[in-house]
Design a protein around this ligand. Structure first.
Ligand SMILES: N[C@@H](CCC(=O)N[C@@H](CS)C(=O)NCC(=O)O)C(=O)O
Length: 209
């Protein structure tokens, strides 16, 4: 297996932290997004979407989409389950991971990609050109403020996103906190519960992956 990765980008980081938690080592290949290598003919042959991460299996199949890659890895490396251990826990992890994907990763992407001069006509990742909409950048910033407040409330009485169980949803949220620094958003000083959760996740060795 080979993981197509870019060290600086948030979505591949989610997969790297996931693998580190499980103790999985896979060969990685860096695709330099700043140099637009994701749109080279060679990479488009591997992943026609022109995105990272992508996981290529030994039989040549390519899995795109961060969540699909992590789910596949969970199935073939079930040790240290990160998608839940019971039907209810799996549903809770799915729910939290989806919420963080929508209100964190997507909201941060709205704010960043609709404002950065480097993303003119690339406001959505993938093979199609989309112009920037400045109002979406504004809305993305507001959504991030709401995310801070919602998560702070959540962590007031829960250790992780799903009770005391560390899951893929915490990894998505942790990578979101790193990503939104790109739009100069950091955890507000009044969000002490969120900061406590963040410091706890940051102290795990996997956070360096
Ligand atoms: N929906 C995809 C999104 C992946 C994605 O947005 N990847 C970014 C890096 S974090 C990318 O490849 N961007 C390429 C580009 O902007 O051209 C997933 O969940 O994996």
């Amino acid at each position: 297996m080979k993981l197509y990765d870019y060290k600086q980008a948030p979505n591949p980081r989610r997969v790297r932290i996931f693998m580190a938690e499980k103790g999985i080592e896979i060969e990685t290949v860096q695709i330099n997004l700043m140099k637009l290598e994701q749109h080279s003919d060679a990479y488009r042959k591997i992943n026609p979407l022109g995105e990272v991460p992508a996981l290529v299996l030994d039989d040549g199949s390519c899995i795109s989409q961060t969540n699909a890659i992590c789910r596949y890895l969970e199935d073939i490396f079930p040790q240290t389950p990160l998608y839940g251990r019971t039907p209810l826990e799996r549903a809770e992890v799915e729910s939290q991971n989806h919420l963080i994907q929508m209100n964190g990763i997507i909201a941060g992407g709205e704010a960043f990609r609709n404002s950065s001069p480097n993303f003119k006509n690339r406001a959505i990742s993938g093979p199609h050109a989309y112009p920037q909409i400045p109002e979406l950048a504004e809305r993305g910033l507001k959504r991030i403020d709401n995310l801070f407040a919602d998560l702070d409330k959540h962590f007031a009485d829960q250790q992780f996103l799903v009770g005391d169980y560390f899951s893929v949803a915490d990894i998505t949220a942790f990578c979101t906190m790193g990503f939104i620094r790109w739009v100069k958003k950091t955890i507000p000083s009044e969000c002490g519960h969120l900061q406590r959760w963040f410091d706890q996740v940051a102290s795990r060795p996997s956070s360096k992956a």
